[in-house]
Ligand binder design. Sequence first.
Ligand code: 5AD
Ligand code: SF4
Length: 459
Amino acid sequence: MNRIDFTHNTQAAQIIAANYDSPPLAFVHSFGCQQNVNDGEKIKGVLMDAGYGMCDKFEDADLILFNTCAVREHAEERVFGNIGALKQLKTKNPKLIIGICGCMTQQEGVVERLRKSYPFVDLVFGVNGIDILPQLLAEKMQAGKRLLKTPTERYDVVEEMPIRRDSTFRAWLPIMYGCDNFCSYCIVPYVRGRERSRKSEDILKEFRQLVQQGYKEITLLGQNVNSYGKGLEEPIDFADLLALLCQEEGDYHIRFMTSHPKDATRKLIDTMAKYPQICKHLHLPVQSGSDRVLKEMNRHYTVAQYMDLIDYAKKTIPGITFSSDIIVGFPGETEEEFEQTLELVGKVEYMQLFTFIYSKRSGTRAAEMDDPFTHKDKTDRMAKLLKLQESIASRLAKEMVGKTCRVLVEGHSRQEGTLAGRLDNNLLVEFQADSDYIGKYAQVVIEDARVTILKGKLA
Ligand code: 5AD
Ligand code: SF4
């Protein structure tokens, strides 16, 4: 474990300040998952410490940073498109620094593509370079040439990084980094490196600060939170960590993601049942309802084992809701195997599904697999899945009508004068109230359900 090197960053801040007449502005945008969003918050924190102000429009910026995602090809191409659009800004402001960081940069070939085809990109760093960002910027300013290093693997955990959180009442709290699972379709273990857990004392310290600062919703993050604790000297697992955090007094609730079904335990469900602060919602990505496909995906569980945990959770925690990730059209997935996914979705009755058409990621095992099915086959399957899910979700939402629920009010909804908040079970409800409620808990009576959005009024 490392602590951030403040001496070097202070020297770097002086070099940065000398380069501008007034404090420079930075525009930071994160693509992809919550882990990346949290990294983006740390990037902003580190930059502010180094003397930067933040701006919302990239046209105003002296530094533009894209914190990228590599999970699907579509996301990657979108980033390249966004980078391309920055070219003309450089002609207007030659001092502008454009940087690319995050998962994409850790992938083979990406730095090379940036070097060759995007000459206006000045700086590249990987997922673990945030703490030394001021030093990189100072180096770039002093040397005056592009700094496009292929990110090296650094597997240490850096604690006490400055952070500028996007919200004042919802916070991300990473408990571990990386992934060791190597699901055959997934690029994450290659770009984010091996699993490493933060010490429970460091997590507890950050958690306590968040509660004291008035954060209401704290979401624990990890690619596979259920393998939390492996490799630490202290004997602790994820359920123990939850129980430890729940000892903290205060007005808050806890969510967590992502749980891998192979490591999720009955002990976890029992812990969720025991502590009222833990939301009664479980994101448990199944990916497929076919045992053959699951094996090819290297997921290490069967449909029966998955259903066993779901049934245990339903029995132990009445009212619990589930969500899942599903990949449609994994290489070689047959029509019958896809039907098995539909069958499983119907049995579990998810409140929410995140569905993805399989995207080939070179370097992964699945990229080498044969696939006789067309893109059209896959979009047809996706349409069927979405239709089924919509009917399930709207039925579950209707069951909420008449109930009075506590919600955390997140902000304005699209309709004027209306706020939106989230229930313990992750459903969104819209209701009329004034803006003072934002960031606080409210009791709301559910009056109606329009597909998956609930309508209600203050109780
Ligand atoms: N193609 C499609 N979906 C993918 N995911 C991960 N890799 C791929 C891929 N190559 C999905 C999985 C994972 C979620 C975060 O993204 O469902 O759970
Ligand atoms: Fe990717 Fe599987 Fe790791 Fe999730 S558990 S990040 S899907 S390899």
